[in-house]
Design a protein. Sequence first.
Length: 242
Amino acid sequence: MAKLLEVKNLTKAFGGLLAVNNVSFDVHEGEIFGLIGPNGSGKTTTFNCINHFYSLTSGDILFEGRSIKALKTYQICKRGIGRTFQVVKPLARMTVLENVTASAFCRVNTIGEAREEARRVLEFCNLADQAEKLAKSLPIGGRKRLEIARALATRPKLLLLDETAAGLNPSELDEAIDLIRKIRDNGVTIIIVEHIMKVIMTISDRIHAINFGQTIAEGTPREVANNPAVIEAYLGEQYAQG
């Protein structure tokens, strides 16, 4: 598979604190790539560097073979990188349809086209029956799904998912796993940050583990789950796979 994203020696410092320290990884077209680590290990900071919420201290990020580190966030979105956020903040006083319509203007120019795209995405995310509800009225599972829909309306080639399963009940977790797989099956490559091991170990093709801002392991879910450094730093013995 071709490399879609290349993170090269990524370093991000806040004053004297190295939040991300010389992290490198590649993401291939068509895969689900997991990024794991304890709280504060640098996962969301890595996402924020990829889509330029934060400027890099050093290193480079290549998307489709071209550096994007100097681009603005909206330019990176137009290039084809979408993302969700750990703390979902929909446009609360707008409807579900209006929230997704606003995102669709990344790719279309008229209100008619934007609404058509929004309805297509809502259908895909099983939110079509919620279209006219106010976003603030949705339960957490619905708001997480709306967050994904807003990102999909920008028509990404690469989607960064930041803890989209947090706070979901068991049935909602299964639905989230099904939706993530469906997104990948529709041609979108995914990087997922997630603490719920049922999700990350079930759907990831490869996993990259970091701790204190540094890489400690990378490999298949089985390889990472059995890595002593990952078990010590994050998973615990119960996730070691025989």
